[in-house]
Design a binder for this molecule. Structure first.
Ligand code: SAM
Length: 246
């Protein structure tokens, strides 16, 4: 049973017990690993209901919840959820856009937490996973009326005032487009870049290993887009783990 009001059971080193192969499925974990994962979700989200929902997604739709995806999204949620909370309390947020949302799990977690906000996931392709999350959440008593999924190029979205733009692992130019849109709309943003080809933000970054090059490129992006913070998720989940908040 998860103890959300006592000392946490989950410790970051427990990540090493889990396969980070992108194809490893939650449904294929043994019962002990599933139970610990349940505790992790409950402690991270402060919700045993959400932990039950994700466990039920894995049981009902076993090909739609990956281990790496779950950790990546929950850790991004931990950082970005706090940033959204702070900007919302300051009166700067009414709508959260998750651009290049893919499966949409981050949007689902944010919609669950922030009932007063509208959450819009946008991706070129609507993923079945998103509908599975909603179906299971609703069956478990979480209506999530404040979330929608728009199947479109996010460049076609007109951002209303008090938008918050999120862009996680959208490749190359896509992150830049999202940040330019956020800037034009004076919107707060959270971006976790992945690939950043030479020439997009800076002509060239040379003679650096991959890890340092990535960090340097993130620094360039943060500078160009007036970020107020750079934070990170655990590098054992992904080596594209830096988050820029602006
Ligand atoms: C690597 S996935 C990341 C998905 C998700 N954000 C995550 O963290 O798991 C990249 C996604 O970006 C989407 N994408 C790329 N360019 C896009 C655009 N211009 N408009 C909407 N979606 C886009 C792709 O369809 C794909 O689902």
């Amino acid at each position: 049973m998860a103890k959300t009001d006592a000392q946490p059971i989950w410790q970051p080193e427990m990540l090493e017990r889990y396969p980070m192969d992108p194809n490893a499925m939650v449904a294929d974990l043994d019962d002990a690993h599933k139970e610990l994962l349940h505790t992790y979700v409950a402690e991270t989200t402060h919700s045993t209901q959400l932990a039950g929902i994700l466990a039920a997604v894995a049981a009902r739709h076993p090909r739609y919840l990956r281990v790496k995806e779950l950790f990546e999204t929950l850790e991004a949620y931990r950082r970005i959820g706090q940033a959204v909370y702070e900007q919302w309390r300051a009166g700067r947020v009414e709508v959260v856009y998750d651009f290049a949302s893919g499966h949409g799990l981050l949007g689902v977690l944010l919609a669950y937490r922030f009932h007063a906000l509208r959450v819009v996931c946008v991706d070129l392709e609507r993923r079945p996973a998103f509908d599975h999350y909603l179906e299971v959440a609703r069956a478990h008593g979480a209506p999530l009326h404040n979330i929608e999924y728009v199947e479109d190029d996010f460049a076609n979205i007109a951002l209303p005032p008090k938008s918050y733009v999120i862009c996680i692992h959208a490749c190359n130019e896509a992150t830049k487009t999202a940040l330019q849109m956020a800037r034009a709309a004076a919107a707060c943003y959270a971006a976790m870049p992945c690939c950043m080809r030479d020439g997009i933000y800076i002509r060239r970054i040379k003679h650096l290993d991959d890890r340092v090059r990535y960090a340097a490129a993130v620094g360039v992006v943060a500078g160009q887009f007036g970020a107020y913070k750079i934070t990170a998720i655990d590098e054992r989940i992904t080596n594209r783990n830096l988050i820029i908040l602006g």
